[in-house]
Design a protein. Structure first.
Length: 389
């Protein structure tokens, strides 16, 4: 087992009606002027934003608003948020939404404390260890941003998608009410389950020696997400299933499931280029790529895939590595997720598009990706080609 540090300082306030506590919590954390950051009209129509505003007003917390966050959150809105927060003297940011809103909030928080262009952080031209304090009211179980140190933004010009991670961006508190996810379309629910699974799988597939405790936690998160994802396909208002998936999402991306190992994250990095170029849902993009990645790298350490088959799917017998991959593929089909690029897009990607994604993923040929197996630009393209059939 590798040496590790575990840091997960975010306070979780979990359960029914917890969003009504947000004003008091913000007051407790010293907020005086808050940016209320959100996406489209669904939070307004559902009454959630009204309840949040009422809680802030009752607690005497002043706020300004900025909506308009979209999936694959845009850098242009982050710039607007930075400008608004500077003008209004904002000292705390409250995200009301899913991972895209939280990531946009983190980008604004970084930009308020960085003298240059905040995009410099995401392109690794600079670093920063200061971020305006953050919190969230979560409405989608998927990205795990509510407990992670990471964020992903998309630059409008060229749809270039890049990430930046630092512990200073970890939220002070996250409000998790599973009831707020009842109205999600089936497709978004399934995308969320896939993302939760993938955050765990990217950490689980390692060439390090097995870690009994970490592996058991990871396998439990995966089984929980899958089982309750099935329940929600038929019963979207099942509170217990929504609660299990929501908590699994938070645990999947706070680093608990990678302690003592070296994570992979190749599929995530490849998917960033897929969703960046085509503006598709992140979870669906992950499902479209993972099985091709798995078949490509399986021979590196087949016993890891065998453990996955045994401990996550309960399989026994021969050819376990391949059968585990096939079982994952079958699950994606069961929850109506694509298992190839043509299924995702409704068409195959062109040769030029495959070239572009591989080139961008390799940072213009300057980096390799992957912890389970190191992949250069040509190998990344081979996996895209496999997924394009």
């Amino acid at each position: 087992m590798r040496n590790f540090e575990f840091y997960a300082p975010t306070r979780i306030v979990f359960g029914k009606d917890t969003e009504t506590q947000v004003g008091g919590l913000l007051k407790e954390y010293g907020a005086t002027k808050v940016l209320l950051h959100f996406g489209g009209q669904s939070a307004e129509r559902s009454g959630l934003l009204g309840r949040v505003r009422a809680s802030l007003n009752e607690s005497g917390v002043d706020f300004v608003e900025l909506g308009g966050v979209v999936p694959n959150p845009r850098l242009s809105l982050v710039y607007k948020g930075i400008e608004l927060c500077k003008k209004e003297g904002v000292d705390f940011i409250l995200a009301v939404g899913g991972g895209s809103v939280i990531d946009s909030s983190k980008g604004i928080g970084y930009g308020l404390n960085y003298d240059g262009d905040v995009w410099d952080l995401y392109t690794k031209k600079a670093t920063s260890n200061v971020c305006t304090p953050q919190a969230c009211v979560l409405t989608l179980a998927a990205a795990g941003s509510e407990m992670s140190n990471s964020s992903v933004l998309t630059k409008d010009e060229g749809m270039l998608k890049r990430s930046y991670s630092h512990d200073c961006s970890r939220l002070k508190f996250s409000i998790l009410n599973p009831e707020l996810t009842y109205t999600l379309p089936k497709y978004q629910t399934s995308c969320g389950v896939v993302d939760i699974m993938m955050h765990t799988m990217e950490r689980y597939f390692t060439t390090d020696e097995p870690m009994m405790m970490t592996d058991a936690i990871a396998e439990g998160v995966m089984r929980t997400a899958m089982q309750n994802g099935r329940v929600l396909m038929a019963d979207p208002n099942n509170y217990n299933a929504r609660a299990e998936v929501m908590w699994a999402g938070s645990l999947s991306h706070n680093n608990l499931t990678q302690l003592g190992s070296n994570p992979d994250f190749a599929t995530h990095q490849m998917e960033h280029e897929l969703s960046g170029l085509f503006d598709v849902a992140h979870g669906a993009g992950l499902a479209a790529l993972w099985c091709s990645w798995a078949r490509y790298v399986c021979a590196t350490k087949p016993e890891r895939f065998e453990s996955f088959a045994k401990n996550v799917f309960g399989l026994e017998g021969e050819n376990l590595a391949l059968r585990g991959i096939e079982a994952m593929e079958d699950y994606y089909k069961e929850v109506e997720m694509p298992i190839s690029i043509p299924e995702l897009l409704g068409r195959a990607a062109t040769e030029a598009e495959l070239d572009e994604m591989a080139y961008k993923c390799a940072f213009e040929g300057t980096r390799s990706i992957g912890g389970f197996q190191t992949l250069d630009q040509s190998q990344i393209r081979e996996i895209y080609v496999m997924a394009n059939k």
